[in-house]
Write a new protein. Structure first.
Length: 644
């Protein structure tokens, strides 16, 4: 260590000579324009803090897996359930006012953080602090550290107001470089550092980049962020920090001239990436302050102006995850000051307001589509009333205000601008000819021909018995024979392609039936769930209805059924409409079971989920919960039942 310190002492002279001797010159800097596009929504999980939000700026993880966050009044440990403040109270070991952006963890899992009067190392195993102070004035103060980095030799490097300081934790010896002010160059302020594997220490500063040889103490390179024609770039200030990716490329944020820059540490070649279409002024920057890399080698960027941005692995596109204060699963603000990737490859983001979010960098298993006021490619306004997956790439969503088509690859929605959908779309189906059918809430039935792009509306006409029986469509079904069935509050209609009209069936003439869903059993019979007239079975061959009303009335008057499903055992199960805590949908079994559930009880699908309903189980009416838990082998399922 003594030899290394003697070498580092020499870097002050070398640094000044390089800065004033003209060795630094303008160079060719490649500028790449990157298209900024809206990214598919991610699901963010906010952490609830027990106290008022604090300006959190750094996050780390100790050897035990606990997460640590830095704030001005101390550290916060998060154990997966809640936060604990460290130190908990003022004592003789008080560390003073902490510098939040300086938190770092070393390879031993210990935490380092600067304070207003010392540098502190915290051992999570013992809960104790060890303080370091400058023994003399040669190195100035080590307390106000903007950034702390451990190099491969175990030496801790500190970026302070006075320059760069190296600390050997084993001997507590320090050495320093103080280029605070150099004649003819002006003030040089160190911002942050990154230790490369080739023995160099890269420093971002107000005067560009410096590369120091940690072992010899020589300044290997000074890169001034300026092109030969005078175009300038400025690195982002506090609390920004450079990042070394898995390939050894150095990345750092810009506050002027572009958004992000990369450096080839071997050659010193610099490439600047400028985002386009973000609504920023020319030469303005998104203010990248934090950078992380995922398993696909994409870069995740925390910015001051755009929130969260992902630079794709080919570096040709930037995905912008816009904030939305109205989205409970989204990022609430654009001022992201920190990103962190834990050992389980979960990503965490810190905002300027003190909020902490966890998110998965990969596409989540479950997606939520919501209307976002500032995002024209989000779902349209209104409550969702219907959905249909046309194929692997298209999802149609009906709301009580219109129709939307979602591209499932990009998760971007297109709102269909057709007046006929203004009152809402309640049902969607596709026939064998490839036509899409949309049932509306008062404007009849609409057919869409994807080939011609034409919409055709079929409405009820009181003078025509072959027209649609009512304009308020509640359910659609294409049966195994390719016939389209249309349910309304007043009957069941079948589309006749040859005559381009409808045949209508009713259990009784002129009665209100209020159909809500249609299912088909293996025999070809249709089962119809009603809002107030029980469950009905319709035989298309005979045109006759069978009404199951009395048994359901005995179970829960009135006999309301909101949805039906047929199972592989040719049984139809019905569920009560959503009232008084009842379930609004039915989950059907996907394979035969030795003992099927009693009518009115929920079949145990899907696995690992709980469903609550009020129904008839055996001979008694009671509220039950069912849990279906998938065993390690897919062919086995364990069902548990307990009172709610």
């Amino acid at each position: 260590m003594n030899r290394r310190i003697r070498h580092v002492v020499a870097l002050s002279t070398a640094f000044v000579a390089l800065a004033t001797g003209g060795a630094c010159r303008a160079q060719d800097i490649a500028v790449v324009d990157v298209a900024l596009v809206a990214g598919a929504p991610l699901q963010f999980h906010p952490l609830s803090a027990s106290s008022a939000p604090l300006p959190l700026q750094r996050m780390g993880q100790d050897r035990y897996g606990f997460l640590w966050l830095s704030a001005s009044d101390g550290l916060r440990r998060y154990d997966g359930h809640g936060f604990m403040k460290v130190p908990e109270r003022e004592s003789a070991q008080s560390v003073g006012h902490m510098i939040g952006q300086s938190l770092a963890t070393d390879r031993a899992g210990q935490l380092w953080i600067g304070a207003d009067d010392s540098l502190n190392r915290y051992d999570p195993a013992t809960g104790s602090f060890k303080q370091y102070r400058s023994p003399n004035n040669d190195c100035g103060t080590v307390a106000v550290a903007h950034d702390i980095v451990e190099d491969p030799d175990g030496v801790m490097w500190l970026a302070t107001d006075d320059g760069v300081t190296a600390l050997d934790p084993a001997t507590s010896k320090m050495t320093c470089h103080r280029p605070r002010y150099t004649p003819s160059v002006g003030e040089t302020r160190v911002i942050a550092m990154a230790a490369a594997n080739d023995g160099s220490l890269w420093i971002t500063s107000s005067e560009g980049l410096y590369a120091l040889d940690r072992r010899s103490g020589k300044v290997m390179r000074h890169i001034k962020l300026e092109t030969g024609d005078g175009r300038k770039f400025v690195s982002t200030g506090f609390p920004a920090r450079p990042f070394l990716d898995s390939s050894g490329t150095l990345w750092f944020g810009l506050s002027f001239g572009g958004d992000l820059a990369s450096v080839d540490v071997a050659s010193g070649a610099v490439t600047v990436y400028a985002f386009r279409n973000g609504g920023l002024l020319p030469n303005a920057s998104s203010g990248v302050v934090s950078i992380q890399e995922d398993r696909d080698r994409a870069l995740w960027l925390g910015t001051h102006k755009l929130g969260l941005v992902k630079l794709t692995p080919d570096r040709r596109q930037a995905l912008w995850y816009q904030s939305n204060p109205d989205d409970p699963d989204g990022l609430r603000e654009d001022l992201v000051v920190g990103l962190f990737r834990d050992r389980d490859e979960n990503f965490w983001t810190l905002t300027k307001a003190g909020a902490v979010y966890r998110f998965d960098s990969e596409r989540p298993r479950f997606r939520s589509y919501r209307h976002q006021r500032a995002n024209p490619t989000s779902l349209g306004k209104g409550g969702v009333t219907s959905a249909y997956a046309e194929d692997a790439g298209s999802l149609w969503i009906g709301t009580d205000r219109g129709l939307n088509r979602i591209d499932r690859k990009t998760d971007q929605a297109t709102q269909i601008d057709q007046p006929v959908f203004a009152r809402g779309v309640s049902a969607i189906a596709k026939d064998e000819a490839g036509h899409l059918w949309f049932g509306t809430n008062g404007n009849g039935l609409v057919r869409f021909d994807p080939g011609s792009g034409r919409y055709t509306t079929f409405a009820h006409r009181a003078s025509d018995p072959r027209s649609l029986n009512h304009d308020r469509v509640t359910a659609l079904r294409v049966d195994r024979g390719g016939r389209l069935w249309v349910a309304t509050d007043f009957g069941l209609s079948r589309w006749e392609p040859e005559t381009q009209d409808f045949s209508t069936y009713r259990p009784r003439p002129g009665g209100l039936v209020q159909y809500r869903s249609i299912a088909e059993d293996p025999s070809g019979a249709l089962w119809l769930a009603t809002l107030s007239h029980g469950l009905q079975r319709f035989d298309p061959r005979s045109g006759k209805f069978e009404v199951f009303d009395t048994p359901l009335r005995a179970a829960q008057p009135p006999a309301t059924t909101a949805s039906t499903r047929s199972t592989s055992t040719a049984r139809a199960w019905s569920g009560p409409r959503p009232s008084a805590g009842s379930a609004s949908s039915i989950r059907a079994t996907r394979r035969s079971r030795p003992t099927p559930p009693a009518p009115g009880c929920l079949p145990t699908w899907p696995s690992a989920s709980w469903k609550k309903t009020t129904g008839v189980c055996g001979s008694a009416r009671r509220t039950v919960c069912r849990a279906s838990i998938r065993a390690p082998r897919p062919s086995r399922t364990t069902t548990r039942r307990m009172a709610c």
